[in-house]
Write a protein that binds this ligand. Structure first.
Ligand code: ZN
Length: 377
């Protein structure tokens, strides 16, 4: 959700308030963008090389466009560099110059902003990091970082370079699986946010850990609604995850569960674990996604669940994530971290109980989740 806007901060280009949690979308489905802007009030959207405008105003809401130019340094050299891609087409096909407004970045509410792409930066490659941070264009530098940057051997350099650059950055974590499943990465992220407090840092293209990041001082978080947009697959090769089967966010578990595994969690549709009160589900069970791969069991005609499994799952994920973020964002800044930690502890308790009852087909407690619980209060 958008964090509460300070009084008198209205501006023509719709700045994103500090501490907002937005959805991270691809630009393939404007229906979802519409819903995101209506429900949450803003969005981060992955652009394409021919749609490199980073901030556009769409339906009078802030949209930040991530150029998503995650490449190796060699690819970037061949292509002529990613940070200075020329303005291209906007989300809806218009020319950049024709758009009257753009999204703003928290802390930069006096001017519009562009996200600047850069190659994936190898761990401890200080020169490449400094080069990306020295992009000549004004804007937010998107740093695509393998998770080793958050651990010993990378964190100190990253912290110093971000402080030295003194410009806003958006971090995309890169790994084959959940980058924050490695012990020490969550503590490293929190330490980075603490040490760089004066620099508005966003964590984008991630999972609900962005709520934890915002709780610990991140300027902005953006949660991917699809598995492919919850981190950057890295290193390249191996095909990535096909993820034809949607993954559903289960709020009480703070965990994404593949549709085919939902039935392993509960006996029937009455089980409260999967009965979802989000606006998209309106009290229906997530089991409606669990019948056959690629289909939904019994959507109500005309309901959001009627328009295809992937869209319906994304709508649930959008609403459920938004509602999950509210208690943290509406807490005073000094209480957000404790609020998030309580939510994580409750989720671990529930996951543990479900696994005791249902066995190994129920999701295990994620290492990322344990780390949020283990942070010093
Ligand atoms: Zn729901």
């Amino acid at each position: 959700m958008l964090a509460p806007r300070p009084p008198g901060s209205e501006a023509a280009f719709h700045p994103v308030p500090d501490g907002s949690v937005l959805p991270y979308l691809t630009d393939s489905g404007l229906a979802l963008v519409d819903e995101a802007l209506t429900i949450v009030g803003g969005a981060v959207v992955a652009g394409r090389p021919d749609r490199s405008v980073i901030g556009v105003r769409y339906r009078n809401r802030p949209v930040l466009v991530d150029p998503a130019t995650y490449r190796t340094a060699e690819q970037a050299a061949t292509d002529g560099g990613g940070a200075s891609a020329p303005p291209g087409r906007d989300l809806i096909g218009g020319g950049a110059a024709a758009l009257p407004g753009v999204g703003g970045w928290p802390g930069l509410s006096d001017r519009p902003v562009r996200l600047l792409g850069s190659p994936v930066i190898a761990v401890a490659d200080r020169d490449a990091l400094a080069s990306a941070l020295a992009a000549p264009e004004p804007g937010v530098v998107v740093l695509a970082l393998p998770r080793g940057w958050l651990l010993a051997g990378g964190l100190d350099t990253l912290t110093k370079e971000v402080i030295a650059a003194d410009r806003p950055v958006a971090i995309v974590l890169a790994h084959r699986g959940n980058p924050l499943d490695r012990v020490g990465t969550v503590a490293g992220l929190v330490a980075l946010l603490r040490e760089t407090r004066a620099v508005p840092i966003g964590l984008i293209r991630c999972d609900v850990s962005v709520i934890g990041a915002v709780a610990h001082g991140a300027a902005l978080g953006a949660v991917g609604l699809l598995p492919s947009t919850r981190h950057q697959w890295w290193p390249p090769g191996g095909g990535g995850r096909a993820a034809r089967d949607p993954h559903l966010f289960v709020p009480d578990l703070l965990t994404y569960v593949p549709a085919a595994r939902l039935r392993a969690l509960v006996d029937d549709e009455q089980d409260q674990l999967l009965v979802c009160a989000c606006q998209a589900c309106d009290g229906r069970s997530l089991l409606r996604f669990a019948s056959e791969p690629g289909t939904i069991a019994g959507p109500r005609p005309g309901s959001p669940g009627d328009g295809g499994t992937v869209l319906a799952a994304a709508l649930h994920n959008l609403h459920a994530t938004e509602e999950t973020s509210i208690p943290v964002i509406e807490s005073s800044p000094g209480k957000r971290a404790a609020c998030w930690q309580r939510m994580c502890l409750r989720a671990v308790d529930t996951l543990t109980t479900v696994r005791e009852r249902r066995g190994d087909r129920a999701p295990a407690v994620g290492a990322w989740l344990t780390q949020w619980c283990d942070l010093p209060a």
